[in-house]
Design a protein around this ligand. Structure first.
Ligand code: ADP
Ligand code: MG
Length: 232
């Protein structure tokens, strides 16, 4: 569903992504791991068509900057960007209009309830805590029922209920055949559902591992690979 080939991104002289290739298949959870500054958010922003980059990225065969690709992708940024003067419900209405969704209200209410926002629908963006903003951001991304969902550090700033709900949503999306790309440094949070993990280090792919290729947990795998790299 998502194919990135030889993606490089420079900020001035600094090479933040160095020739990275990855694939995210339908019904699979692909995880991006790596320390702070490894280049995870940069790669995600390139995939979402928000940055200029070198290389080639397609979503279901469409160039990632095309309208077709954008319709297929749902993106939850690392830092939620809400409209301060729109209410929670107006955010969803805005998305529904932008995507020309029909009969979206039932699903919107379901999402709001799931994330315990159903009693906050009239609150303004500027009145929400970071965690609530994150939850609204997730609801907005999921409302158009995208075929591919990209979440950048989705668990940061969420309360325990929010974390549990995100994990359930991830499992449900995967089950429904959605292609998922999630960056995190909370390795254990993806332990149950991951299929492929790319470990980024200093802007490069240090390893690409598939579930079952390694004994032990994803965490063991991560440390084995990053420490192996450090020993060289
Ligand atoms: P991660 O998400 O893995 O923590 P990022 O992709 O945010 O990493 O950042 C990768 C590197 O690129 C970091 O060294 C960061 O300082 C740098 N970087 C990110 N955004 C910019 C920018 N807009 N301008 C210059 N450097 C940036
Ligand atoms: Mg990041």
């Amino acid at each position: 569903m998502i194919i990135a080939e030889n993606v490089s991104k420079r900020y001035g002289k600094f090479l933040a992504n160095d020739n990275i290739s990855l694939t995210v298949k339908p019904g699979e959870l692909t995880v991006l791991l790596g320390p702070n500054g490894a280049g995870k958010s940069t790669l995600i922003k390139s995939i979402c068509g928000l940055l200029r980059y070198q290389g080639r990225i397609t979503v279901d065969g469409f160039d990632n900057r095309s309208t077709e690709a954008k319709r297929l992708l749902g993106y939850v940024p690392e830092v939620p960007v809400l409209y301060p003067m729109l209410t929670v419900y107006e955010h969803l209405e805005f998305i529904a209009k932008a995507y020309r969704l029909e009969a979206w209200q039932g699903y919107a209410n379901e999402l709001l309830k799931r994330f315990e926002l159903d009693d906050k629908t009239q609150k303004l963006g500027k009145e929400l805590s970071k965690g609530m903003q994150q939850k609204v951001s997730v609801c907005c991304a999921l409302l158009p029922k995208p075929k591919a969902v990209i979440l950048d550090e989705p668990l940061v700033g969420l309360d325990p209920h929010g974390i549990r709900e995100i994990k359930v949503v991830i499992a449900d999306l995967k089950q429904s055949g959605c292609a998922l790309l999630i960056s995190t440094h909370m390795i254990e949070s993806m332990e149950e559902n991951w299929d492929t993990t790319y470990i980024l280090k200093d802007g490069k792919t240090a390893a690409a591992v598939k579930r079952g290729e390694f004994d032990g947990s994803l965490e063991d795998t991560y440390f084995a690979i990053t420490e192996e790299g450090a020993a060289q």
